[in-house]
Each structure stands twice: as C-alpha cells, then as structure tokens.
Ligand binder design. Sequence first.
Ligand code: ZN
Length: 355
Amino acid sequence: MIIKIKLKIFYLLITVIITSTVFFSIKVHYSAPAAAVEYISENDNESTEDNEKEKKFIKWVDFNVCYTALDKALRSDIKSQKNDVKLDWIELLAYLGAKYGGNFSKYKEKHMDELIKKLNNGETIEELTEKMKYFNYYLEAYTAILDGFVGHYEIEVDNEENPEEKVWVRKYGLKAFSPIAKGYDYSHYDDFGNSRDYGYKRVHLGNDLLGQVGTPIIAVESGTVEALGWNKYGGWRIGIRSFDKKRYYYYAHLRKNFPYKKTLKEGDTVFAGDVIGYLGRTGYSTRENTNNLDIPHLHFGMQLIFDESQKESVNEIWIDVYNLVRLLRRNQSSTLKNPETKDYYRIYNIRILDE
Ligand SMILES: [Zn+2]
C-alpha cells in the first residue's frame, strides 16, 4: 500500500516537472520580441578542439511590422529620392522597432512623422539612435527581411507610340513582386502560427493564398533555385535563395502533373517577376504527385538565414509574411500563356540595377 502511494506521488512529481518544462519552453519561445537580445547572445561554442572564433549572429526574429507602417515607410522612402535628404524605409522601421521593442501594436503615424521631420532637419539616424540599445539588432533583422524589396531597376513598358513594341524605363521603388500573377484572384488572412495537424502538431510558418488551380506563381525576389521537388508537407515545392543568401523563399502545394515552369531546375537563376510554377493542392503525403489538400492554395513562406547552421535546424527562423504579401499586391507580374508549351511567361522583363 505504502509503495503504491509512493509510486503515485512519484508519478505526480514527474508530471509536474514535465508540464512545467513544456510550459516554460513555450513561454520562452513566444516571449521572444521583448527579449530579442537573448537571441543575439553569443553562440554556445561547444567545440573544444581549437579556439575557433565565436560566431555572433541573430538567433530569433519576430516580424510584426504593421501594414500601415510598411506602407508609409515605403512611400516616404520613394518620395524622398528627389530630395537632398534620402530616407531609408528600413531605417525608419528599425528605429520604430527599437522604440517599440518590436511590438508594432504601439505604432502611431505621428511617431514616424516626428522621425522623418528630424531627419529632414539634418539630424542623422546615427545620432538619433545613439542611445537605442537594440537599434542595430532591428536594423540587421529588418534589413535581412526587406533588403531585396526596394531599389533601382529597369523594366519594360509598352511603347506608347508603337503598341507592338516595348521600351526600357528606369525606376526606383518596389522591385519585389507579388507571388500571384496579375489578373488572378486570391484571398488570404494572417494565418501565421495557426496549428497544423499533418504528421505531428506543428505551427503554420507561412501565408496561404487561396486561388484557382493553375494560377501562375511568381518569383517574389531574384535568386537561385535551391530546392525543387516533392516534400511530404509541401507537396511539389520550390525553394529560392536570395543572392545575399539571407532569405529563403518557399512556394508549396504546386499543381499536380505540371507544378513548375517546364525548364526550371535546381541551380537556376530566376528574376523577380518570373513565372516559376502553378498553384495547386499537392502535399501532405509521402507519395509523390498526390493531391491531398481540400482547398487549392499557394503556401508562401520566408526563412531568414543569418548563419548557414540555421538553414535546416530546430532553430529555423520563419517570419510572418502576411503584411509583406499585402504590400506586394501593388506589384504584380503580367503573364501570357505559350499555347505550344502550355507554360506561362512574363510579359515585361526586368533588370535589377546595382545601387
Ligand atoms: Zn500554408
């Protein structure tokens, strides 16, 4: 009898320990924004073989910059290009990120207005952020996310004098594209972090864009095709790494039988606005080319990589791209179908210029 009671107490104790461990690990994970600094702490160097240099890199990013702040920062940046004081939208957002501890539910338009006013009056961002402990963290984190989105580029437009012809024009602004081609309907909401059930309990690390099967899927940013093929969760999927290696774009659940642009293969270079594949409902199966999703959609995700060790690990950093997808809606790639190959192609080519 006594042994039985002792056993019961023992089991109870074990349960309490396990529950509290799980609770605390979840808590630590989700309280990240307030404690961003924890994730920039030095890498635990377990190697005792040699005194290799300690690697310092960002370990965690919560990206919750609201749409209105993204929009205003972008417009201010573009508008300022003709002025003496050129505003940098990433710096504006990083300043506010540092001010809010990364929590943009505190965002007020007047905060950005005040900052812009100071910059226009000749104060520099270095002076203004001198005492902000985490400004450099937010600047590095937001730069990793947004660096490929805005800049100088050349793009083809119709020649007004000759409709048969296209001409190149030089522009400054949003040079990343919506993942959905122009003229195709889609719907989405902020579903980042929702729970998913296939395989094991996981959280949703991207944004689902619901649309018609066959909708041309567009490369958001230029880069290198790093992965192309079947994945038991994503189905037919494409992974594209930005040229600076910081962003990995993940496009999943592509169409059964005809998922990708036919000539596309691993190692290829693609340009922002190129057609790369087609929306579908494949995935959630170990068997290739299986349609196992009820609702056709593109799963679009962005992973940040500050150090190559983060690429495929338990420490992967996926960010909430919902507001970025909303922002990119204003830049959609026009496409046409090639009746022979059945592939779609972009109408207006782009050249990204060095800044
Ligand atoms: Zn998804």
